[in-house]
Design a protein around this ligand. Structure first.
Ligand SMILES: [Zn+2]
Length: 525
């Protein structure tokens, strides 16, 4: 085992484990930067999965650089040579798009009328999206790379070895598709379709193939054109698995991760790239995010939680924190996870300063911090649920007032005005859109009213007591009345906040103030 390898394995956090795999794989003669790749399908808008893939790849990249000092690049590749197979549900001009089915995405008009093509619009959105979050990447569209001739060498090899490629792929297909299958998809020079053409002959000596445009896609038939076409320069693209292999071959990609749904594709692409004479990249298989009902989050439906939406309700770092956690575990990503996620993130920030320098690269927040390695400081006790409880109790729209309360509650809080402002602003949005609509206030029964009356009475005469002593009040009352303390707490929060659960009673009183709690209780008595 080399020195390098041993060093890489020194950190247990998963980006370092991934980095160790790259160190093992690297070509001994490689003095070029190590290349990371992420893929984007511009048939729809970039979604949270795209964001997560770029973020996770960035973490591996940074771990690798930190450990080895070897420079790296990240290629964000967009497959705009792909054809449009169906009209996405969440886009305008569906009638126009219907007429464009089967054409490559880069040759379809932009339904929003802003960019020069359908994929131009999606690519623009992707770049805007990645730039907003300050990812470091180089963008590359497939059509540009094909036209520039990047793939010509690989295309020639694929044409030379077309039978061997067929032998790899054909057994994985259904009987009916085996005969006609070709790694090549010619774009019909007459009608522009890429899914209605088929290949009828190969001429490796002339870098060309024969095609006919007579296929069907939905209700539309090919235009009937036929002839010979060069495979070079973007006139012909290769199918998805072969395309992946072609990219790996051409750019010598060292690292690419992919979703669990693409495991088989990755395996086949790996075999193809070996057949072409090079090695597939190292890659992590990540589990997919699921929506509330446990279904895969899909871009064509446009459902589920988006990055843009998340940042309205919680800081972006909390989303990164969520995405960072074990990528090999499938997790649900929906609104209920937001508060806990913010609180876990703040907790991690609080613990960070006590961690020895050499242990820091083990920490989640080390990875998600900015590229200079700096991690924001946060030493206050206020968290997202504190803010939500306060808003629930005060019902206030005034950010200043809420900040006042928080600073009175926690002396440390005033040292982090930006975090506080952000928590209050986003907490407000979260409360308004997700907590308030689910509130169910109920009137107390006679017995409950009597218990709450006692709480109010004791609280009223408690002066200058500590949080712990305040916490003791409902316990004493519950014991005297012979009810379960947890029943009393549940009832208290149900009646005063309209929610099933709440913070610790003592902390709650300290947070919103004794007078306000008494006022809320008296309204119900
Ligand atoms: Zn045609």
């Amino acid at each position: 085992m080399g020195k390098e390898e041993k060093e890489v394995a020194a950190y247990r956090s998963w980006p370092f484990q991934e980095a160790a795999q790259i160190v093992k794989r690297r070509h001994p003669n490689g003095d070029r930067p190590v290349l990371f790749e992420t893929g984007f399908g511009p048939s729809g808008l970039p979604h949270i999965g795209t964001f997560a893939e770029v973020a996770r790849t960035t973490w591996v990249r940074r771990a690798f650089e930190h450990q080895t000092g070897i420079p790296t690049r990240l290629l964000a590749f967009s497959d705009d040579m792909d054809g449009l197979r169906k009209v996405p549900l969440n886009l305008p001009q569906s009638e126009m798009l219907e007429t464009q089915l089967g054409k490559p995405l880069h040759s379809i008009p932009d339904p929003f009328g802003e960019q020069d093509s359908f994929s131009g619009y999606m690519n623009h959105k992707l770049r805007e999206f990645l730039d907003t979050y300050r990812f470091d990447y180089e963008f590359q569209s497939s059509s540009e790379a094909y036209r520039r001739g990047d793939f010509d060498e690989g295309l020639q090899i694929l044409l030379d070895k077309v039978e061997e490629v067929r032998q790899l792929i054909v057994p994985t297909l259904g009987e009916d598709k085996r005969m006609a299958w070709s790694p090549f998809f010619p774009t019909c020079p007459q009608c522009g379709s890429v899914y209605k053409t088929r290949v009828t002959g190969y001429h490796p000596e002339r870098q060309s193939l024969d095609y006919v445009c007579d296929g069907e896609l939905g209700s539309a038939r090919g235009c009937g054109a036929d002839g010979e076409l060069s495979v070079l320069g973007g006139r012909v693209k290769v199918g998805w698995k072969v395309d992946w292999a072609l990219r790996w071959f051409t750019y010598e990609v060292d690292y690419e991760m992919y979703g669990k749904d693409l495991v088989d594709s990755a395996r086949l692409s790996g075999r193809i790239v070996r057949l072409m004479g090079k090695q597939p990249p190292v890659g992590l298989t990540y589990e997919l995010f699921l929506d509330e009902e446990g279904k895969k989050i899909s871009k064509s439906v446009g459902k589920g939680l988006t990055v843009d939406a998340w940042v309205q309700y919680a800081p972006i770092e909390s989303l990164l924190y969520y995405i960072y956690q074990n990528p090999k575990r499938a997790r649900r990503l929906f609104w209920d996870v937001v508060p806990k996620c913010v609180d876990d993130y703040l907790d991690a920030l609080r613990r960070y300063p006590d961690i020895a320098d050499e242990k820091r690269p083990e920490q989640d927040v080390w990875h998600i911090g900015d590229p200079s390695g700096s991690v924001p400081e946060y030493g206050a006790q206020v968290n997202f649920s504190t803010v939500n409880n306060l808003i629930a109790a005060l019902g206030s729209d005034s950010a200043d007032l809420l900040v006042d309360y928080l600073e009175r509650y926690d002396e440390q809080a005033s040292s982090y005005p930006q975090v506080l402002q952000s928590l209050v602003e986003k907490g407000h949005n979260y409360y308004r859109d997700f907590v308030l609509p689910n509130k169910k206030t109920s009137d107390p029964t006679v017995e409950e009213r009597a218990l709450l009356g006692k709480v109010a009475e004791r609280l009223g005469v408690a002066n200058g007591v500590t949080e712990d002593e305040l916490q003791g009040i409902p316990f004493d009352i519950a014991r005297e009345a012979e009810v379960e303390p947890k029943e009393l707490f549940r009832m208290f929060y149900q009646v005063v906040l309209g929610q099933e659960r709440g913070p610790r009673f003592g902390s709650f009183v300290k947070l919103v103030g004794k007078e306000r709690v008494l006022e809320m209780l008296r309204e119900k008595l």
